[in-house]
Design a protein around this ligand. Structure first.
Ligand code: DQA
Length: 164
């Protein structure tokens, strides 16, 4: 099963931008850690970062039929983007919203997420470790999905055998 990790604007500047808020880790280091966790647990993972809203919408749409789940930090678009929210809603994949900082402890305009209502969950305020927690949550969700699919397949086989 494959997890798509989507990173919004300015997250390519992690390690440089406002280290007092976002910490010292670079995006590539965060991704390397997530890749390790995914591989150790038998999941595929793909990473994407863009500063452009339309490119993020395109990437979310591409996840349909290609990925099983999305972990997204929409960054500033969290607070403004109906388009990203609609794309997540459209693809119907389990999605977790991540933030490095605790957006509720910052400016008022950051408290509102347009994305959260269409997500399975939201993790924030743990620094770069928020991504690790999102991985744990998503792997749990996908393991449950997998177990449900296996149960359904077994039930179908049993039904077919009964009818034969
Ligand atoms: C952020 C929080 C957003 O408000 C901000 O615009 C970001 C990063 C975070 O990870 O804490 O760029 O999503």
């Amino acid at each position: 099963m494959k997890i798509a990790v989507i990173q919004g604007p300015n997250l390519n500047m992690l390690g440089i931008r406002e280290q007092n808020i976002y910490g010292p880790m670079k995006l590539e280091d965060i991704h390397a850690q997530m890749k390790n966790v995914a591989e150790q647990n038998g999941f595929e993972i793909e990473f994407f970062q863009s500063n452009l809203e339309g490119e993020i919408v395109d990437r979310i749409q591409e996840c349909m039929g290609d990925s099983d789940a999305i972990i997204i930090n929409p960054a500033a678009y969290t607070h403004t983007s109906i388009a990203i929210r609609d794309a997540i809603s459209a693809v119907k994949l389990p999605t977790i919203e991540v933030h490095i900082s605790n957006v509720h402890a910052r400016e008022d305009f950051r408290s509102k997420s347009l994305i959260a209502p269409v997500c399975a969950g939201q993790i924030m305020g743990m620094g770069a470790f928020s991504y690790h927690l999102a991985m744990m949550g998503m792997m749990q969700i996908l393991n449950e999905v997998k177990a449900m699919r296996e149960q359904q397949a077994a039930a179908q086989v049993a039904q077919a055998q009964q009818q034969a």
